[in-house]
Design a protein around this ligand. Sequence first.
Ligand SMILES: [Zn+2]
Length: 488
Amino acid sequence: MGKLTEMLYDRRRHIGTASQARSKKEWMKEQTAAFIRAAKSEFRKTFNVRTSIAALAVLALTSVGVYTAHDKVKTATPVYRVYIDGEYTGVVRDQASIQEQMEKYGPLLKAHVAFLPVHQAVKGTNEWTVANAIAESTKTMVDMVVVRVNGQDIVHVKDKETAEKLIQTLEAQYVKPDSNATVKLSEQVDFVPLHADKQTLVSFDAALALIQQGKNERKTYVVSRGDSLWDIASKNNITVDQLAQANPNIADVDALAEGQQINLVAVEPLISVDTVSEETRELTTNYEVEYRDDDSLDVGTEKIIQDGKEGKKTQTVRITRHNGAVTKEDVLSEHVTAEPVKEIISKGTHKQAYSSYSGSAAPVSGSWAYPIGGGYISSQYGENRGGKPHLAIDIAAAMGTPVYASNNGTVIQAGDLGDGYGNCIRISHSNGVVTIYGHLSSMNVSVGQAVQKGQRIGGVGSTGDSTGAHLHYEVRVNGVHVNPTPYM
Ligand SMILES: [Zn+2]
């Protein structure tokens, strides 16, 4: 029991209401006090004065009903039992004068004082006692400031300075100290001086948390081992975008740590901060790729004749943000600092004539490596294939068997051009020699890459026009097919 309550209780012991049966009086007191406590607790939670008053009104009606049913005594004029913080204080006949007295203490006192109309035979009323008790209860009232958002009382803080510090703290979350941003609150926020019960005062930290947590229920999730953002979103029936919005402070969503707590619901604070700032940023611009037909290259081969290079530009933008999230971007000016450089690629158009088949090995310089780590030759060079000679050597081998570059060179193709070779690598060597590795299941190199003799470039497969896992090894010299045997 607080000091005030004790004091009131003592006083009541002396005054009492002798006309009431003790048991009924106790029963009523308990019932009423329980209702009022519930209403008060609701009041503290929501800070909504109207709710509490409404709850008390409902309580008053309910109690009258209950009481009348139990008590056959009725008089024409009701009197009012007065409760302060759920404690019975006395009976008054003139409710209006007491309420008038309370007006000067504002709505919060109203929430602490309840009137219960009763029909009872009362020998005397306690106007003086009740007035005194109310005056006494105001001794716990102090000057404070209520933060009012769009006309609704949100929280009571010590003074104007504390209220101002709250707003400054909210703003500082979204505005860097050296920023040129203009800052505006989305809501109409007023600080209104108030004389109210000091129990309703809230600390700075609690007030800040209340404002920041806002209207939505705060649902969180603790990251477990191996969780991806996508996992968490789908487990909780939200989209990855919504999850990202709910966690604007997580910059790198791929770096979620086990045990980390993240929000599942975007929190809309009671007071939002809108900023508008002018910022300068550097952007890169993509380059174009131009293909040029080249009859000096075979169909299916490409050669980069000019490397592409990204361009750069500087933009001045006006960025509008709501609680740190970008809502609008206006480009104010743009200045190109480096033009992009077009990539130019020669695309071979030269079709191999059947007559280019010589059937004999061309002179070969240097030593060459065997292009595969196993298997057996399943089709020789020049073998009849439906009336046409096979212009390569096929080596059948298990799927995935390593395929090696048969000499130093530069990769000029690493991909499937849809020409029947499937995944195919072509390497350009010195003296106009090009080696071709067809039907691969995997490729470890990319166009433009320099490779060494014996370097693993891929794995045997059966892609393209192929009926089983094998390496199609083909060699051309200056665009003309030659027998690959000396080149392996
Ligand atoms: Zn073949």
